[in-house]
Design a binder for this molecule. Sequence first.
Ligand SMILES: NC(=O)C1=CN([C@@H]2O[C@H](COP(=O)(O)OP(=O)(O)OC[C@H]3O[C@@H](n4cnc5c(N)ncnc54)[C@H](O)[C@@H]3O)[C@@H](O)[C@H]2O)C=CC1
Ligand SMILES: O=C(O)[C@@H]1CCC=N1
Length: 273
Amino acid sequence: MPHIAFIGGGNMARSLIGGLIKTGVAGSTISVAEPRADARQDLGREFGVACYAESHLAAANADVVVLAVKPQIMPSLQKEMREVLARQHPMLISIAAGVRLDQLERWFGALPIVRCMPNTPALIGAGATGLCANARVSPPQRAQAQHILAAVGITQWIAEERLMDTVTAISGSGPAYFFAIVEALEDAAVAQGMPRATARALATQTCLGAGRMLTEDGEAPGVLRQRVTSPNGTTQAALDSFAGDDLHRIVARAVAAATRRGEQMAADLDKSL
Ligand SMILES: NC(=O)C1=CN([C@@H]2O[C@H](COP(=O)(O)OP(=O)(O)OC[C@H]3O[C@@H](n4cnc5c(N)ncnc54)[C@H](O)[C@@H]3O)[C@@H](O)[C@H]2O)C=CC1
Ligand SMILES: O=C(O)[C@@H]1CCC=N1
């Protein structure tokens, strides 16, 4: 069993650890570095993992080190981690938005590194993760990285690293877009006089139903859309309204803004050094 160390024990690390434990990974093969004492206590109690306040202690025996801190924190880890990483030579897996493979190599050394982007549905085993590896990652390490992320949902390898910012803009941030649409549907129904609880229940279940049809039916989204749309019916009226407001352009602009923000976050890290 490889030993996995998580640096950062926040939301995403908790999701990944929970997923790994559910797939049968022993808590004793996982360690976590987390500065917040209450989070350390919770993780230890819930999953039986060893928790440390200092990163180099968590990484001491690790074959795989998952970097699960905020992007802005990442460069500050190098001082504490460099020695243990040089000794252990683990595979690094970064889940930080924006942060590029060349930056990770510069901060942490010539290691096998996988940059990936999961999302919060990982919490319930329904995550979507894009992964991208540097040339030092061996085929078994690639499989190992995929195995860790597959514990919390589907995985897709991304050949061109620049597209990792697109992954962030589509699936990393994506859950928030669907939550925003449910909020908007709910508000629209409330504006027409429906009680909020009823509106929320209907909009939420519709989101779940549409998501399940997309994943279980195997049909393209356009085909599923057409099946709802009776000629000259209610759906057609709503879709015409969306088209009039140029929904595709609205979505493309939002995705471009998220992609640019990912690129900008990495550029800011370059400047801050
Ligand atoms: N929240 C999301 O939807 C997604 C987040 N991500 C990425 O995951 C990473 C973590 O995000 P979250 O889990 O949401 O954040 P979070 O804030 O819940 O977790 C980060 C944890 O790192 C800890 N930390 C801070 N300094 C540390 C240090 N020096 N050593 C060890 N731990 C330290 C914090 O106490 C905190 O518990 C970020 O880089 C983010 O870009 C990736 C995909 C989705
Ligand atoms: O908003 C963010 O920056 C992070 C990355 C993807 C989802 N949340």
